[in-house]
Design a protein. Sequence first.
Length: 213
Amino acid sequence: MSEAKSSRISRFLSFAVGTFWYLTILWIFLVLGFWLAVMLGWKPTQGDVLYAIPINVKNIEYAEPSSSDTGKQCSMVKIMGHRDIVIADTLDRTNVSVAAILFVLPASTAIFLIFWQLRLFLRSVKEGRSFDRENPRRIRRIGYLVTVLGPLDSLMDLVLGWLYLPRISLPDGSLNVNPDLHPDLIFLGFIILLISQIFDEGVKMREEQDLTI
């Protein structure tokens, strides 16, 4: 691959990652702004907070839409082979705070940090510093963040189940949270960590080569 073509690819990747990075920042500020507006007393005229909780169902095949003892509308649906129970809750301060602080912001922050580290890595590559000592650390941080995303989503499912499932009763049936551990994300994170280790060895070899010369 020619140097000019490689430079064009690195510039394109830097632009794409930078764009997603700025969009993630915008999304975080929008979520924070909406949360602050609700906390300061703004009441949306319509809309609900929707949660999808992956569950195990015992002794029942399907449940028609019903209401819990708190008046929350619930329905059980089948999505991609999984059973989920969908909770439609009101847009009040408590529910918006739960959705924003416990769920949206942690995941969005992790994605923001991934794009930030990737952006720094690509910038160093574009500047001809591919074997910078900091690059293996950046790749390693990306690996840790990707690995954490799966268990983080599972933790969110468990918290939602703890908050809502005790309030829902089904005739002749029972509900249990069935969190998805996302083994694909965990596996991808381990692969990225392995790449960071290989990259670290490459940096050491490059430094030894420079000292020899």
